[in-house]
Design a protein around this ligand. Sequence first.
Ligand code: MG
Ligand code: MG
Length: 283
Amino acid sequence: MRRPQLDIQLKTPEQIVKMRAAGLVVAEALRRMREAVAPGVSTADLDAIAESTIRDAGAVPSFKGYHGFPASICSSVNEQVVHAIPASGQLLRDGDLISIDCGAVLDGWHGDSAITVGVGDVDPALLKMAAVAEDAMWAGIAAAARGAANGRGRLTDISSAVEKAVRRGGRYGIVDGYGGHGIGTEMHQDPHVLNHGRPGKGPRLVAGMALAIEPMITMGSPRTAELSDGWTVVTRDGSMAAHVEHTMALLPDGVWVLTAEDGGRARLGDLVTARQPADSPTA
Ligand code: MG
Ligand code: MG
């Protein structure tokens, strides 16, 4: 049986520069929300920070109105995995673990990124889970960079690297049914990027690809359920979950992590492109 043809949008360096500008808007919104996270702060307060940061930068919150989603962020607390809706009545409590997912579109190009942050005094085991999710995301990005550089990379090299990093980190559930995605003139494009699987399959990793890499892991089972609001995804077993995400682009000489303020340099070193074209938020 023939596989359905994937529609992968390859970007020019100039278009990637535009995506960088969008990515930096998302990075700033997430930085400001990270600073604001504290017991007593509501998830709607965080949403307001995101929306004002994005609009002040001349961008538009891409989540707002997306298939009817009512807010600029997804704020997924504790056993909520992804897609939870912020609410003024939902106050963060000491010991919570929150995933904040945020997207912006600027000049027609998208950025999409998520962080997982502890609230106040958090169980170190939860912070470790969040760190493992982050390590897995960077491992996936590094695998993409290496695969593009040596010309032999395939999409599921990313999936395999994410899974291996999670397994190295401990006994976590890798959430099934959700994953990363292509991104560009729409927030969600082909290809879907699984967070687990064997390497060496799928489309070749080539310069011009832009992907959002987003591991989601749990302290327990990988199984999830969607709440009756039609959005919020929770773990079925009630275990705590973590979710992190960056948007990255492959360039001829390396990767550029568009939603990381340093482009990924601190975590990836020389895998990051040496020539970040016009790397400034005003470019
Ligand atoms: Mg996202
Ligand atoms: Mg995403």
